[in-house]
Design a protein around this ligand. Structure first.
Ligand code: ADP
Ligand code: GLC
Length: 501
């Protein structure tokens, strides 16, 4: 995708974009979506877009003050800000004042359909009520996927909202918001939309599918994932729906927020450093070893992982390599939370390898930064990875990533072939087959490179110099917003498919 031209950027100056997301850092975060939802609107604002954020106010977020409270169908909108960007929070204690975002103890909340349908309706109702009518609503994942449906169906005759365009970004196709058929009425949509051409999927309600059918444009978070999800292997059952909209589907790789994730400005790490002077990185490594109870061995290669513990992330491959990692004289640290089977697996591994393997189960922002800074090598052997942020952060911290060639990992890491090292382009180690042996071969290559200071320095320097800043991605989104608005104003699209609107 090309970046915005002057023409588009000047056109974009007047654009109003409502960015709707179920998580936004630092207010609420379970994964990369939160980082994106904070950094992208800020980059859009820098590009001259009038971007505002809308999210739920979860119980963990204190009611911001000063706030402007507006009653809205059983909830309220609370206004705060993130940098220069206005944030509107949908406050409905009955739905959102709970310990988790989507569930607790590994179980989703029973009423997630009602919760997020309410969130979507409240976001649109607030636009009408406040008079701030966006040109585009940028929706993210299943929690916001009803918005395009409401715009096309419920608001098609509404003079305020009928021209509002929608873009739906898929951050992870595996999460679709699937609910029993008998709950469909909670969407407030006409019963005929519970059909295979709309929100019905194998006899159930599928919110993401509704968004994929009704949004003016679709995107996902890397070009490779945009292609992958149109195949049965990665399509999670929705590849047919996505192939039908192939011409409306774009892939824009996520960026990294270097105001938060850069060892030169990072306030959470033990010592700051830069590409020109890496001495602080050695301090970070020693502190990380101490924090995780590892032997204080400056020379031992230290491999790190920060991850949601889910089947997506290739944790079974890592576990299968741990004995070999330790036998090779390397150390390993992991920070993560999620599936109990992985939590147990890695807790046990730490017990089996005291001094060499350190594991922390939990969500800890500070330790995530510590691992990025203190490790030598970062492992991301994902089964699939829509974009991935941690490999981008690793590059900036001089922590060489070992990744599987899928999704955004394929689009961001250049394998350390002799040629690529020679040209100064290599930034990591890439493997293809989803097997422990393939991962181990890549780790062995990384360990061999680590023993050669000159080669290692080339890898570290190339990674630290790589630029994945958000401004580039933001220019891509500005283009998509413009296209979405054109689509909407041309009014084709769903009229053709018999949905009115
Ligand atoms: P995903 O969104 O699939 O989890 P990403 O690589 O896009 O993967 O983003 C993960 C984000 O969540 C990163 O900012 C990472 O540091 C953070 N993260 C994941 N697990 C933890 C954890 N246990 N503690 C702190 N931060 C975490
Ligand atoms: C999802 C994906 C991850 C991506 C993040 C933000 O959680 O798993 O690859 O970076 O969303 O887009």
């Amino acid at each position: 995708m090309t970046t915005g031209t002057d023409h588009w950027l000047s056109w974009g100056d007047a654009l109003r974009v409502l960015f709707v997301s179920s998580e936004v850092a630092p207010f609420a975060k379970t994964g990369g979506l939160a980082d994106v939802s904070a950094a992208l609107p800020a980059a859009l604002a820098r590009a001259g877009i009038d971007a505002r954020i809308c999210m739920p106010r979860y119980g963990s977020i204190p009611i911001p003050a000063p706030s402007s409270l507006v009653r809205e169908s059983g909830g309220e909108i609370v206004e705060t800000s993130l940098g220069d960007v206005t944030v509107w929070m949908v406050d409905h204690p009955g739905y959102f004042d709970r310990p988790g975002l989507y569930g607790e103890g590994g179980r989703d909340y029973e009423d997630n359909l009602e919760r997020f349908a309410f969130f979507c309706r409240a976001a649109l109702a607030w636009c009408r009520q406040s008079g701030w009518i966006p040109d585009v609503v940028h929706c993210n994942d299943w929690q916001t996927a009803l918005i395009p449906v409401y715009l096309k169906i419920a608001h098609c005759g509404d003079p305020d909202l009928r021209d509002v365009a929608s873009l739906l970004t898929v951050h992870n196709l595996a999460y679709q918001g699937v609910f029993p058929a008998e709950r469909f009425s909670a969407t407030g949509l006409p019963p005929e939309l519970f059909s295979s051409a709309a929100l019905e999927f194998w006899g159930k309600v599928n919110l993401l599918k509704g968004g994929l059918v009704f949004a003016d444009l679709l995107s996902t978070v890397s070009p490779t994932y945009a292609r992958e999800i149109q195949t049965p292997e990665f399509g999670c059952g929705l590849d047919g729906v996505l192939r039908e909209r192939a011409h409306d589907l774009y892939g824009i790789l996520n960026g990294a927020d270097y105001t938060v994730w850069d060892p030169w400005v990072d306030e959470l790490i033990p010592a700051r450093y830069s590409a020109a002077d890496l001495s602080g990185k050695a301090v970070c490594k020693a502190e990380l070893q101490r924090e995780f109870g590892l032997d204080p061995a400056p020379e031992a290669p230290l491999l790190g992982v920060v991850s949601r513990l889910t089947d997506q992330k290739g944790l079974d491959l890592i576990a299968a390599c741990l004995d070999r990692i330790v036998a090779a004289g390397a150390q390993f640290v992991l920070l993560g939370t999620g599936d109990p089977k992985y939590q147990d697996l890695f807790r046990n591994a730490a017990r089996s390898h005291p001094g060499s393997v350190g594991v922390r189960i939990g969500f800890d922002e500070r330790l995530a930064h510590w691992i990025e800074a203190g490790a030598d090598i970062f492992l991301m052997p994902s089964r699939y990875e829509p974009s991935g942020l941690n490999q981008l952060y690793s590059l900036r911290y001089g922590t060489v990533p070992v990744v599987r060639r899928t999704g955004g990992l394929a689009d961001s890491i250049t394998d350390a072939t002799p040629d690529a090292i020679e040209r100064g382009e290599a930034t990591g180690f890439v493997f293809v087959d989803y097997t422990a042996d393939a991962l181990w071969t890549a780790i062995e290559r990384a360990l061999a490179a680590h023993r050669d200071p000159e080669i290692w320095s080339r890898l570290v320097q190339a990674g630290m110099a790589a630029d994945f800043s958000w401004d580039r991605a933001a220019a891509g989104y500005v283009e998509l917003y413009r296209k979405a608005v054109e689509r909407r104003r041309a009014g084709r699209d769903f009229g053709d498919r018999g949905y009115g609107g």
